[in-house]
Design a protein around this ligand. Sequence first.
Ligand code: NDP
Length: 287
Amino acid sequence: ILIPFLGLVLAFWFYSARENFKPEMLKGKRVIVTGASTGIGEQMAYHLARMGSHILITARTEAKLQKVVERCLELGAASARYVSGTMEDMAFAEHVVKEAETSLGGLDMLILNHIGTSYFGYFNGDVGHVRKLLEINFLSYVAMTTSALPMLKESEGSIVVVSSMAGKVGFPFTVAYSATKFALDGFFSSLRQEFNIQSINVSITLCILGFIDTESAVRAAAGLLRVSPAPREECALEILKGAALRRRELYYRYGSTRLPLLLRDWAAELLDYLVRSREMGLLLKFF
Ligand code: NDP
């Protein structure tokens, strides 16, 4: 009885001793947000603007980026600018980081959030599509991280990697997407270990998201998921909190992501069954 009790006391002490988030933590910080023309990335840009950060956003659609930048300035960003282009091109990925160096004089936080378009359905054998998606969703993240590292070491900054439950559990109908998200976990979790060994003070926060109410996700999941999506504004804020607090991993929403993952380690076949039979929604209702 004593050992579990002591465990609970220690867990309570650990959680209460953790630092709390304050918006001032991001005031004046120089931040890149990728995939910020819409969805969760757009909402992260608005939160950062309210907190007074310097923001550099990127995506392909210039007209949308212009509007997001205008809104960021209205909301109080210390500065806001954009670079448009495609993350299929590694030279472009590196160019975005270079832009932060020239226009912001350094970088405190690199938020990697963009994804290329994929399909929702059985794997169709298109190897070219898998390669292209790996370039956009994975290799460009690696290229940006590599280019940004000297600046992030200098500022003792942060890397934020937006991933998914599909990067921790095998979901059907998203084979290529899932592969790119698992790759992110492998790369960035290993890199975090190396930073630790080398005393490099750059945090890496891997964000494991459930179903969020962005237009693209709601369209893709129409009629397929029984769970209702979580709000993107709240999701974006939770990502920024986790990043500012230099968390190792961030689960949003906690109950519907972290807790099913406990099942993965103890009853993988049950979790697989629940995912396949679309009963995940029923399971999540309990959390
Ligand atoms: P959206 O589809 O809303 O936004 C994707 C962003 O990426 C857009 O800004 C888009 O802009 C940009 N983009 C697309 N293709 C390219 C490209 N080739 N080069 C550069 N930028 C590109 O995504 P969400 O907001 O829904 O998702 C954001 C993150 O959250 C992703 O990493 C996703 O995997 C993760 N996530 C989302 C979930 C959800 O339910 N929404 C669930 C789990 C994880 P443009 O078209 O202008 O280039």
